[in-house]
Every structure is written in C-alpha cells, then in structure tokens.
Design a protein around this ligand. Structure first.
Ligand SMILES: [Fe+2]
Length: 254
C-alpha cells in the first residue's frame, strides 16, 4: 500500500481553525512517492485536458472526472489515510463526491470568485474538499485565495470576476459571524506536497498562472455527509458501481 501522507497534526485546535476560517493548510505532508505518482497521473490527465480548466459543460471531461480516466487517481478514493483524514473532520458517515484535476498550465487565467453548494440550508450536512497541491503555489502564480469565515454564510450563489468586484458587492459590510471582524480576502501560498482542506461553502478564487511558470499539479478529492443531492457529484453510473478497493459504501449518493 502506498504511503500517501507523512505524520500531521489535525487536533481540536486545527479543527477549530478549519471551522472558524473555512480552510486549513497542512504543508508538505504528501510523501515524496505520492508526489511523484500524482505528478505522473496528473500529467496523463493534462494531455487529455482542456488547457484552461475543466469547463462549465455537463460533458464528462477528463479534468472533471479525473479518477475515471486514471487508475492511480481512482485508487486514492478509498485510500485509508485519505479516508481517515476525511472522517476525522466529517465524522464516520461519508460519501465520495468527486475527484477533479485542477492542473493549471502556464498562462492559465485563474478562476473568478465562487463558492459551491451543498445543503445550503442545513449546516449539519458538511462537504469537505481535500486539495493536493503537489508542487505547491505562490500567491500570484496560480494561487488559491479565500475569504476566511465566508463558509459560515453557506451562500453558494456568490460570483465576482475580480477582488475589487467582490469587495464592493458581497463582501461590503460583512463581518465574520464568530469573530465580528470585517471579512477580508486572503491570498494563500503553499510549499510543495501541501494538502489544503476547505469547506465547500468557502468563497474562493485562483490567481493567474505566470506565462512561463511550470504547470501547477493539483487534484481535489471531495467527501460529504450523505443526505442531499450534490450538484458537484461528477461520477458516472459505471464508476459508481465499479469495485474499487476501499470504496465499499462510499460511492452512492445517499
Ligand atoms: Fe471551486
């Protein structure tokens, strides 16, 4: 069995940070072997992938359905260390939701501000995205940005093309429900081998990738408590019923 993660700390303090801020970075915890296998797998997907992200169509594209196009990526869905991580945050009762390649090639334009839906009206149903930033990122080079506290609003309808637009629309006058501080944009950075956990309702966007930067190799695995339909659940019927080791009871909607 591949060793996926090095030892990491995800105790009460880190979980409280995830709940208060909406995301939590676990820097450098992917093993070197996992990084090299992930880079190869994401390279295979990149050859098939549209150059600028996974598109907004309902098509079954290699980026959106990455695990269905690559056996190694599929094999991680039920990896005990990944499930342990997901369950330690979500509790025991979880389902797999999706596995999307988020490779960003040189000159990738980045991604506007948005959040994702899941049971918007029921905070007891939680949905966690686990990002593998295999070769990391700098804030201004295909970097993730987020608004700490935004997930607590469970508002999946926010859209803004730029920071300025977000600032003068949705962010205007909003305060963090727990700390009372004004909500603000945070630009993250991640060293290679970093895992970032993010609640699905966290507002986030991505900065453009530099014109001569190497490809950012990234994949996200998402898990949730069952209970509602999920719009992000990109999984074919064949894949749902495929006998992947470790995924027993994980693949159905409910
Ligand atoms: Fe997103």
């Amino acid at each position: 069995m591949l060793k996926l993660l090095l030892p990491y700390v995800l105790g009460p303090r880190e979980k409280a940070e995830l709940d208060e801020r909406g995301h939590l970075a676990l820097p450098g915890i992917l093993t070197p072997q996992a990084c090299s296998l992930l880079t190869e797998a994401l390279g295979r997907i990149a050859v098939l992938q549209e150059p600028f992200g996974y598109g907004r169509t309902t098509e079954r594209t290699p980026g959106k359905y990455a695990a269905e196009y690559d056996a190694f990526l599929a094999s991680l869905i039920g990896h005990p260390q990944l499930l342990e991580l997901a369950r330690s945050v979500l509790g025991n009762e979880i389902r797999y939701d999706h596995c999307v390649a988020l490779n960003r090639l040189a000159a990738n334009p980045g991604l506007r501000w948005h959040a994702h839906e899941y049971a918007d009206d029921d905070p007891s149903l939680r949905f966690l995205r686990i990002f593998f930033y295999v070769n990391g990122f700098e804030p201004e080079d295909g970097g993730l940005k987020a608004v700490p506290g935004s997930h607590l609003f469970r508002d999946s309808h926010v859209l803004a093309e730029t920071d300025e637009e977000l600032q003068r629309t949705w962010l205007e006058g909003k305060r963090h429900p727990l700390t009372g501080e004004p909500l603000r944009i945070e630009r993250l950075s991640a060293p290679p081998a970093t895992v970032i956990l993010m609640w699905t309702h966290a507002l986030h966007g991505v900065t453009p990738r530099g014109p001569s930067s190497p490809t950012r190799w990234t994949v996200v695995y998402a898990y949730r408590n069952p209970g509602r339909p999920s719009r992000a659940r990109w999984i074919s019927e064949e894949f749902e019923h495929s006998p992947l080791p470790g995924t027993e009871g994980l693949m159905s909607l409910y």
